[in-house]
Design a protein around this ligand. Structure first.
Ligand code: HEM
Length: 368
C-alpha cells in the first residue's frame, strides 16, 4: 500500500513539483526553438475574455423567455447602437473559439506536447474542449429561431439513444418531451452560469499545470527530438529546459497571433457573418413547421453524420464514445519518447487519416 502511495506521490511530484527541491528546479524560461503554434494558448485566453465581455453586454437586453427571446435578439440587432456588432462578435466568436481550440489541440498532438509529464495538461485541455462545445450548444438555442430550435431538437434527440436512461436524459435536458419554454431556462442557466464558471476554473487548472512543468521543447530544429524534459530516471525531469524569457521575446509573438486572430474575426463579422448565421435564423422558432434541412452546428456535423451512417443509433453513439475516450487517454497509451511527427510515422499517418475522416464526415453532413 505504502509503495502505491509513494508511486502516486512521485508521479504527481514530477508533474506538479510537490517537493520543495523540485520546485526550485523549475524554470520559467521558454525553449530556444519555440514557435508560433505555442501562442495559440494565449489567443484562446483572449477569445474567452472577449466572449465573456460580449456575452455580458448581450445579457443587458436579452430575456430568456420563449415568448420574448427572438424579439429581444432582433431588438439588439436592429434597435441598439452597436448591438448588431456585439451580437455578431459573440456568435462568430463562438465558432472561432472551437476552431482555435482544435488548432491548439492539433499543434500539441503533432509536436508531442501531450507526452509525459504533460498528461494532465492534455486531460484538462480535453475537458475544456468538451465544455466549450457544451457552451456553444446551449448558446445556440437562446435566440429561439427556427434554426436554433430544430438544431437543438436533433442534438437533444441523440441523448435518447443512450440505453435504459435515454428517454429520462432527453426529458431532463429539455424539461419536457419537446424542446419548449422550459428548455430555454435550463440552457440559459448552463450557458451564462455553470459552463463559463467551469471553463474559468478549468483554464486556471490548465495554466497552473503549464506553469508547473514549463512548456515542452518543440521537436523541430533539434538533433535529438526525443522528449527533452521528463521521462528520465523514475520519470523525473531528465533535462531542464534552457532558453529565452517570455518577456519581451515571446510576448511579441503572442501579440502578433492575437492581432491576426482579431483581424480574422473582424473580417468575418463585417464581410461574411452569414457563414455562421444563415437565413433560417431570421425566422422565429415554430415547433409546428419542420424546416427541410435541419443541421446542428458545423462542429457537430461529423457526429450527426456518424449517427446516420449506422443501422442503429446506439452503435453510432458507442463508436463516438469510444473515439472520445481513446483521444482523452492518448497520453497514457502513447508512452514513446520520440516527439518528431516524421519519426513516428504510424502515429502521424493515423492522425492524418482521423482528421481526413472527420473533415469528410463534416462535409458530407453539411451537404446531405
Ligand atoms: C480555453 C481553452 C484553452 C486555453 C486557454 C489553453 C491555454 C494554454 C496555454 C496558455 C498553454 C501554454 C502555451 C501553449 O503551448 O500554447 C497551453 C498548453 C497546453 N495545452 Fe492548452 N489551452 C486550452 C485548451 C486545450 C485543449 C483543448 C487541449 C488538448 C486537448 C490542450 C492541451 C494543452 C497541452 C498538452 C499543453 C502543453 C503543451 C506544451 O507544453 O507543449 N489545451 N494551453
Amino acid at each position: 500500500m505504502l509503495e502505491l502511495f509513494t508511486h502516486i506521490y512521485r508521479w504527481l511530484d514530477v508533474r506538479l513539483g510537490l517537493s520543495p527541491d523540485k520546485g526550485e528546479q523549475k524554470s520559467t524560461l521558454l525553449p530556444h526553438n519555440i514557435n508560433a503554434w505555442y501562442s495559440l494558448g494565449s489567443v484562446l485566453l483572449v477569445i474567452f475574455a472577449l466572449q465573456i465581455v460580449t456575452g455580458l453586454l448581450l445579457m443587458i437586453y436579452y430575456v430568456p423567455d420563449a415568448d420574448k427571446a427572438f424579439d429581444t435578439v432582433s431588438f439588439i440587432m436592429e434597435g441598439i447602437p452597436l448591438g448588431r456588432l456585439v451580437r455578431l462578435f459573440h456568435a462568430v466568436g463562438s465558432s472561432m473559439m472551437i476552431t482555435v481550440l482544435l488548432l491548439h489541440l492539433l499543434s500539441v498532438l503533432f509536436m508531442g506536447g501531450y507526452k509525459s509529464p504533460r498528461e494532465l495538461h492534455w486531460l484538462s485541455g480535453f475537458t475544456l474542449l468538451l465544455l466549450a462545445m457544451g457552451i456553444s450548444l446551449t448558446g445556440y438555442l437562446l435566440p429561439w429561431n427556427q434554426l436554433s430550435y430544430w438544431a437543438t431538437t436533433i442534438a437533444t434527440d441523440c441523448a435518447g439513444s443512450v440505453p435504459v436512461f435515454g428517454n429520462y436524459l432527453v426529458t431532463l435536458l429539455r424539461g419536457g418531451t419537446q424542446v419548449g419554454p422550459q428548455t430555454i431556462g435550463r440552457f440559459y442557466m448552463f450557458h451564462v452560469g455553470l459552463l463559463p464558471a467551469s471553463i474559468a476554473v478549468m483554464i486556471c487548472i490548465h495554466l497552473f499545470l503549464v506553469k508547473c512543468t514549463g512548456v515542452s521543447t518543440p521537436p523541430f530544429g533539434l538533433d535529438d527530438t526525443r522528449n527533452q524534459w521528463g521521462r528520465g530516471e523514475d520519470d523525473a525531469p531528465a533535462q531542464l529546459p534552457e532558453g529565452k524569457p517570455f518577456f519581451p521575446n515571446f510576448l511579441l509573438q503572442d501579440l502578433v497571433s492575437i492581432s491576426l486572430y482579431v483581424a480574422c474575426l473582424i473580417a468575418l463579422v463585417f464581410f461574411a457573418p452569414n457563414l455562421f448565421i444563415p437565413s433560417s435564423s431570421y425566422l422565429p422558432a415554430n415547433p409546428l413547421v419542420t424546416p427541410a434541412h435541419i443541421k446542428p452546428e458545423w462542429f457537430f456535423l461529423a457526429n450527426y453524420q456518424t449517427l446516420k451512417l449506422f443501422p442503429s443509433e446506439i452503435i453510432g453513439l458507442s463508436v463516438q464514445v469510444i473515439a472520445v475516450i481513446f483521444l482523452a487517454l492518448l497520453p497514457f497509451m502513447d508512452r514513446g519518447r520520440e516527439k518528431h511527427p516524421l519519426k513516428r510515422q504510424l502515429f502521424t499517418f493515423s492522425s492524418i487519416a482521423g482528421i481526413v475522416l472527420w473533415i469528410g464526415l463534416t462535409v458530407w453532413g453539411h451537404y446531405s
